[in-house]
Design a protein around this ligand. Structure first.
Ligand code: TPP
Ligand code: DXP
Ligand code: MG
Length: 642
């Protein structure tokens, strides 16, 4: 290491092996520099700031003690991985985070060998770590080698069933495995539930300052790892919990709680477990989300996610909005309907603000339930609320509803229970990338017998669909809408109840019909304007429903046009596939009628702006225009040659 004064130590770190040459005091200095670098980078890119700031010391300590990438460091959700990326050969690209062709905002196997397991949905890390540990012990061979497996999981993510399924299995198998429980007493919103209270009680029973003093005393016995003192420190730390913990009951050794911002505690404890552990160990680390950046620490969400910002003031640089977000239209409409109907209630899985249910929670707290990160439970809970005579709105992001799919089938659809699924973040979402894209819900919901599936073309349509769902008691019903702002249409005072299975004509035309499902409608309209200059006026229809399909509307379009193109913000197997099935069943394609569908391509699309992602998917106005020209056979040869 350079002895040059004032040279940031971080400038001398390219990869974790470089940390091994530093003293403990220098590691503390690296942490400070890493925190500044993280803040500086996220101020330019926007993204998940608070979680990363909370694990800066932990990141340095883990990389200093363990031997990544041979040892497998697995970040749960991985929204806290920016400091990890800086230390693992990616500092030079850290200012491209979440951008097109830049670094992913999450861990990603294809990006780096230091990311042994990708994530972005929560609570998968313990299962993954256990899989690596078992593969190691069975002699699995991979280029980086198979060392220790370490899962870092937050208190919010620990509330999901999957984490406990993994703990249960790990405790039974008894493999050497490390779980770091990063307890910052925050999820995106303040954490909820009995587990959260339990974790607080673990250290509330002993004043934290006392524990800290004892822990410090214990670890001061450990000038070097692997000495006799290590065992004593371990025993002392373990002995601090009164009467054992639920983790011990599950077969883990429990260590802690320790202060996750104090390198004098983190380093010796990690060295101790690395040297001594034989089975599964859980290390309970207390941290602060947003640590070390006052605007994040002061924010309601502790800086969970931010737009680009000014580092000095913390002020976020957001583009002014021209229309309300779909999320807020959903939240506002639901609150209005709940005022008229006391059976309306709402369920969110740890996303009250993200789904707009914060509005419902403020106005009707006794009818609003945040179940924690527990989509499976949230869906079944909603099913039984419906069975019990309530009108539950189960509001989830499309991507997270995937986790509750068996419950949608088994508990809701088969029993024909009138759960109202409000599916937010439908379609391509932008900077969060492929893991968060809402690509599959049209397919997986329309495949279910008895499920009604709607997509809003704009924010006014969304309000109608919320009202339609509230009025529909015959079985389950779902409506989907995208992330971000509406298109700026006027919202009616009184939303309407739509007729189930009926679409609407937006524009009458000739030769070709465009049948839109969802918010591609505005792109279709832009394409139609460009086409009119070329002498083509397509008919435009908004299907509103993918299930049941508006057969009359569709067969009428077939009867009066030479060709039809459907478009939806979803993968193959959804709306277009159901339309194709109808046309086949009706023999509508037997006589040369041309039908084409525009769906998301059969690839996972990397992060970029939604517009750029839809360009990759070939679903923006220009591409719709090209599809129409191609379909009706008026291909602009000059443009093609150009
Ligand atoms: C299955 C799933 N549901 C919801 C989310 C959205 N989400 C991302 S981070 C987060 C909070 C996680 O809290 P915690 O694990 O305590 O981490 P912290 O942000 O506090 O570091 C949530 C709810 C998700 N990523 N995955
Ligand atoms: C990490 C995670 O899963 C969430 O924080 C997600 O990034 C939120 O997305 P929205 O910004 O669309 O609410
Ligand atoms: Mg947390």
């Amino acid at each position: 290491m350079s002895d040059r004064p004032n040279t940031p130590l971080l400038d001398q770190i390219t990869r974790p092996a470089d940390l091994k040459r530093l003293s403990d005091a220098q590691l503390t200095q690296v942490s400070q520099e890493l925190r500044s670098e993280t803040i500086s980078a996220v101020s330019e890119t926007g993204g998940h700031l608070g979680a990363g700031l909370g694990v800066v010391e932990l990141t340095v300590a883990l990389h200093a003690v363990f031997d990544t990438p041979k040892d497998k460091l697995i970040w749960d959700v991985s929204h806290q991985c920016y400091p990890h990326k800086i230390l693992t050969e990616r500092r030079d690209r850290i200012r491209t985070l979440r951008m097109k062709d830049g670094l992913s905002g999450f861990t990603k196997r294809s990006e780096s060998p230091y990311d042994p397991f990708g994530a972005a949905h929560s609570s998968t890390s313990i299962s993954a770590a256990l899989g690596f540990a078992v593969a190691r012990d069975l002699g699995g061979v991979i280029p980086e080698g198979n060392g220790d497996a370490i899962a870092v999981i937050g208190d919010g993510s620990m509330s999901a069933g999957m984490a406990f399924e993994a703990m249960n299995n790990a405790g039974h198998l008894g493999k050497r495995l490390f779980v770091i429980l990063n307890d910052n007493e925050m999820s995106i919103a303040p954490p909820v539930g009995a587990l959260s209270s339990y974790l607080s009680r673990i250290y509330a029973e002993e004043p934290f300052q006392d524990l800290k003093a004892v822990a410090k005393g214990a670890v001061s016995l450990l000038p070097e790892p692997f000495r006799e003192g290590a065992k004593r420190a371990k025993d002392m730390l373990k002995g601090m919990t009164v009467g054992g913990t639920m983790f011990e009951a599950l077969g883990f050794s429990y260590l802690g709680p320790i202060d996750g911002h104090d390198m004098d505690q983190l380093l010796p404890v990690l060295r101790t477990v690395k040297a001594r552990a034989t089975g599964p160990v859980l290390i309970h680390v207390l941290t602060k989300k947003g640590k070390g950046y006052a605007p994040a620490e002061a924010a309601r969400d502790k800086g969970h996610a931010t737009a680009k910002f000014d580092v000095v003031t913390g002020k976020q640089k957001k583009a002014p909005s021209n229309a309300p977000s779909y999320t807020s239209v959903f939240g506002d409409t639901l609150v209005k309907l709940a005022a008229q109907d006391d059976k309306i209630c709402a369920v969110t899985a740890a996303m009250p603000d993200g789904t707009g249910l914060n509005l419902m929670a403020e106005r009707y707290p006794s009818r609003t339930f945040d179940v924690g990160i527990a989509e499976q439970h949230g869906v079944t809970f909603s099913a039984a609320l419906a069975a019990g005579g309530m009108k539950p709105f189960c509001a989830m992001y499309s991507t997270f509803l995937q986790r509750g799919y068996d419950q949608v089938v088994h508990d809701v659809a088969i029993q024909r229970l009138p759960v109202r699924f409000a599916i937010d973040r439908a379609g391509l979402v932008g900077a969060d990338g492929a893991t968060h894209a809402g690509s599959f819900d049209i397919s997986f919901m329309t495949n279910l017998p008895g499920m009604v599936v709607m997509a809003a073309a704009d924010e006014a349509e969304l309000a109608h669909m919320v009202k339609t769902a509230a009025a529909y008691d015959a079985g389950p019903i779902a409506f989907r809408y995208p992330r971000g702002e509406g298109v700026g249409v006027e919202l009616s005072e009184e939303p309407q109840v739509l007729e189930i299975g009926k679409g609407r004509i937006i524009q009458d035309g000739a030769r070709v019909a465009i049948l839109s499902f969802g918010t591609r409608l505005s792109e279709v309209q832009k394409a139609a304007e460009a086409l009119s200059a070329k002498g083509i006026t397509p008919t435009i229809a908004d299907a509103r429903f993918a299930k049941p399909l508006d057969r009359d509307l569709i067969l009428d379009l077939v009867a009066n046009h030479d060709a039809m193109i459907s478009i939806e913000e979803g993968a193959v197997g959804g709306f277009g596939s159901h339309v194709a099935q109808l046309l086949l069943d009706e023999g509508a394609l037997d006589h040369g009628f041309k039908y084409r569908s525009m769906v998301l391509p059969d690839t996972f699309i990397d992060q970029a702006s939604p517009k750029d992602m839809y360009a990759v998917a070939a679903m923006n106005a220009e591409q719709i225009e090209a599809k129409v020209l191609e379909t009706v056979g008026v291909v602009d040869l000059a443009a093609r040659r150009g």
